[in-house]
Write a protein that binds this ligand. Structure first.
Ligand SMILES: *Cc1c(COP(=O)(O)O)cnc(C)c1O
Length: 392
């Protein structure tokens, strides 16, 4: 391997760039997690997380990847014989629901076009047909990281209410939290799942669930087996007082710093920055797509994601070849296509600790990469992004 100089431009939609401030905050000796000093830091973090989730209800933090919080959301509220209803939006919706298969819970999918948004009317119709209320939970992915479609969380809540169905509303906000608007309480979300390594700019390995009082009550009578993920083990009333085993002490040090950074910048300014970077990326792709070039995977302009853009290459071309070129020649790391999109789609993550020149560097590398990989594309993508950013 030739020696590479300069920084790798890390444009994956998770993990994301970890700010130096967060790395420095983690570079310190361990603390006893039963000690008052550590407990105070953890409490500060739980309160800060609630502000980012926009909830005044319950927050639980675990040492695990996002998959852990996924499993925790399900095993705490479901019982054997229940059904979970999952609008099919892409790879993440399917893999989340798959987690309950081995627990004797039925999975029912609301079919959907991966390039478009969830259809709330179809969800409402299915819930209305469920007269015996076998459906325990509706599972919605807010930002489908595999497709770059940001689904309307509040509209699905309205559909559940319109069907007068008691199902709990479980939402994955792993790749939207801290990047664009998510409101757990206002949008009537019962369990909100988050992870450390996307908009929160931390290393992977820590995850969160925001829990509504209704979901906590439902967990009392739910009977799926659970031990590591059992909310009750961690909570005293509504407050988290322990972790399952040793607390992830250094992740908490990092979280304290990332929450400080988020509060300094302000959620509104963070969302505006992500919107700017997302729109610049889309302007670039629009120019590339001319004459049958690579195009936006998301076909609904109202639901484009501001944290990740999925780009479909023309038929007969390999998106992974482009990714290899970008990594080997230009030291730019891009996300691949997941599930049935493997080889057809590549993804540019633009979430977390990122600014205009970082994005422009990555877009330039992709434009060069098209040339090297022989992928036909319209001219002027990078220029279109620059023109937009100058004025934005
Ligand atoms: C990244 C991601 C996950 C999985 O998180 P892990 O930490 O890899 O388990 C789940 N859902 C969405 C929407 C994601 O973007």
């Amino acid at each position: 391997m030739p020696v590479k100089r300069g920084r790798m431009f890390f444009m994956n939609p998770g993990p994301t760039n970890i700010p130096d401030r967060v790395l420095r905050a983690m570079d310190r000796p361990a603390l006893d997690f039963a000690q008052a000093e550590f407990k105070a830091i953890a409490l500060e973090c739980f309160a800060g997380l609630k502000r980012v989730f926009r909830t005044e209800q319950i927050m639980v933090v675990y040492a695990a990847s996002g998959h852990g919080a996924w499993e925790s959301a399900l095993v705490n509220v479901c019982s054997p014989g229940d059904t979970v209803l999952v609008p099919e939006t892409g790879h993440f919706s399917l893999s989340w629901s798959e987690m309950v298969r081995h627990y004797g819970v039925e999975i029912e999918t609301v079919p959907g076009d991966w390039r478009k948004g969830v259809d709330p009317a179809a969800v409402e119709e299915r819930l209305k047909a469920d007269k015996d209320h076998k459906i325990r939970a509706v599972l919605q992915v807010h930002n489908e990281t595999s497709t770059g479609v940001a689904h309307p969380v509040a509209a699905v809540r309205k559909a559940i209410d319109a069907a007068k169905h008691p199902a709990l509303y479980l939402v994955d906000t792993i790749s939207s939290l801290g990047s664009f608007d998510f409101r757990m309480d206002d949008w009537g979300v019962d369990v909100a799942v988050g992870g450390s390594q996307k908009g929160l700019m931390l290393p992977p390995g820590m995850c969160f669930t925001g829990i509504s009082r209704k979901a906590l009550a439902a967990s009392q009578s739910a009977t799926l087996p659970r031990e590591y993920w059992n909310w009750r083990r961690m909570l005293d009333g509504e407050r988290q007082v322990r972790f399952a085993g040793t607390a992830p002490v250094h992740h908490i040090f990092g979280l304290q710093e990332s929450l400080k950074m988020i509060e300094e910048e302000g959620l509104d300014a963070i969302f505006a920055r992500h919107a700017r970077l997302g729109e610049a990326t889309r302007r670039c792709v629009a120019a590339w797509s001319k004459g049958g070039g690579p195009e936006l995977f998301c076909t609904n302009p109202e639901l484009v994601s501001n944290s990740v853009t999925a780009i479909q290459v023309p038929d007969g071309h390999d998106a992974n070849k482009l990714r290899d070129v970008c990594l080997e020649r230009f030291n730019v790391s891009l996300g691949g296509g997941l599930n049935r999109l493997n080889g057809k789609v590549f993804r540019i993550g633009h979430m977390g600790d990122l600014n205009e020149p970082m994005l422009m560097g990555a877009l330039s590398a992709v434009e060069m990469g098209f040339g090297v990989a022989g992928i036909p594309h319209g001219a002027g993508g990078v220029n279109a992004a620059m023109e937009y950013l100058k004025a934005a």
